[in-house]
Ligand binder design. Structure first.
Ligand SMILES: NC(=O)c1ccc[n+]([C@@H]2O[C@H](COP(=O)([O-])OP(=O)(O)OC[C@H]3O[C@@H](n4cnc5c(N)ncnc54)[C@H](OP(=O)(O)O)[C@@H]3O)[C@@H](O)[C@H]2O)c1
Length: 333
């Protein structure tokens, strides 16, 4: 089968199309004939992980170290990227009961990666679900990562109808889903992103958009119940005046400093800091599927690339051009 393989860290040019053996499912696994996968934040990070210093990594040093060990210090241990997929179950192991051959599925492999392939195996209890009926394979492939993370993290923030939320990083994988989920929860949403993506974020339903290259949202006098900071670019101290009484500054990316702020603010009254992980679960993916089928989450595909052009797809995303998602259409579809 065809696979996009990389054996050294580096620029998009390290990605090559190769023929590798088709996997066979173990007793508790399903074999998926993949139709579409994506290029997201995790793919870019993993492809060039050797160059990512602890400072550039948006999480505490210990997590950077564990990720270095798990991805490989000088060369990648995981040689096939891709964490989102949509495809069809081709075969199942003899213990599998959740799926049957012919089921159309979508899902998220997380850090184990490996969806830049025509066929992949995953445990039947992995993060996979029946594909939403109202989406194509390509559309279904672009949703899982961002929507699972956004849904899981926003649940921890306990956002209420009528509240005002600012999403810092609203045009990315997590942020674009967060805009749609926060609107669905009845919040008034302000999305912060770069100039090229203002219209895209508006099209997702944001009530207001702010261009971070032209305006500092901490200086405009607006206040929010929740500031959801995807890349952890803001600072609690600088944004305190932009929070309403008892408002929450939620870091999806954080360092030790923000963890100490979370501890400190949990012991004092008033404005709070929250830092949290979203591991991603089948339950979250099923909730995402329901939201898609109810028309609350849509997929916006900017570009599609065939497997042969995976390097171009990575280059396009890395150069900061995308407005929406970038799909790698797998040849077998
Ligand atoms: N807590 C968790 O469980 C968890 C799980 C997964 C990932 N993460 C974290 O989430 C982050 C990746 O999120 P993602 O996949 O959504 O990334 P992404 O797709 O690369 O999007 C990044 C977003 O940040 C915006 N941005 C870039 N520079 C900015 C700045 N200076 N000020 C404000 N916004 C800025 C981008 O805007 P423009 O593109 O419009 O410029 C874009 O909207 C990583 O840091 C990762 O560690 C956390």
């Amino acid at each position: 089968m065809k696979a996009i393989v990389y054996t050294e860290y580096g620029s998009p040019d390290v990605l090559h199309l190769e023929e590798i053996s088709k996997p066979a499912p173990k007793d508790s696994q399903v074999l998926i004939r993949n139709h579409a996968t994506t290029v997201n934040f995790g793919d870019l990070m993993a492809r060039n992980f050797k160059a990512i210093s602890p400072r550039e990594f948006n999480m505490p040093f210990l997590i950077w170290l564990l990720a270095k060990i798990s991805f490989g210090l000088n060369q990648p241990k995981v040689t096939i990227l891709g964490n989102e997929f949509a495809g069809e179950i081709e075969a199942i192991g003899k213990e599998v009961t959740r799926f049957k051959p012919g089921d159309q599925v979508f899902g998220y492999l997380g850090q184990s990666m490996g969806t830049y392939v025509e066929y992949c195996c995953m445990p039947e209890n992995g993060v996979a679900a029946i594909k939403p009926a109202n989406m194509t394979y390509e559309e279904a492939a672009v949703v899982p990562y961002g929507a699972i993370m956004a849904l899981s993290l926003l649940r921890k923030a306990n956002l209420q109808p009528g509240q005002k939320v600012l999403i810092n990083g609203a045009s990315g994988g997590i942020g674009s889903a967060a805009v749609q989920i926060a609107k669905h929860l009845g919040a008034e949403v302000t999305g912060v992103c770069g100039t090229q993506r203002l219209e895209f974020v508006k099209s997702l339903g944001a009530d207001q958009v702010i261009d971070y290259t032209k305006e500092d949202f901490t200086q405009n006098g607006e206040t929010y119940n929740l500031i959801f900071d995807i890349l952890g670019k803001g600072s609690f101290a600088r944004c305190k005046n932009s929070l309403r009484p008892n408002g929450v500054y939620f870091f999806a990316s954080f360092k030790m400093k923000q963890l100490f702020q979370m501890l400190w603010t949990s012991m004092t009254g008033g404005k709070k800091v929250i830092c949290a992980f979203a591991p991603g679960s089948v339950e979250d993916l099923n909730s995402v599927k329901e939201l898609i089928e109810a028309g609350k989450i849509k997929a916006v595909i900017d570009r599609r690339y065939p497997m042969e052009q995976a390097a171009e797809a990575h280059r396009y995303v890395e150069d900061g051009n995308k407005r929406g998602s970038v799909v790698i259409t797998v040849a077998s579809s």
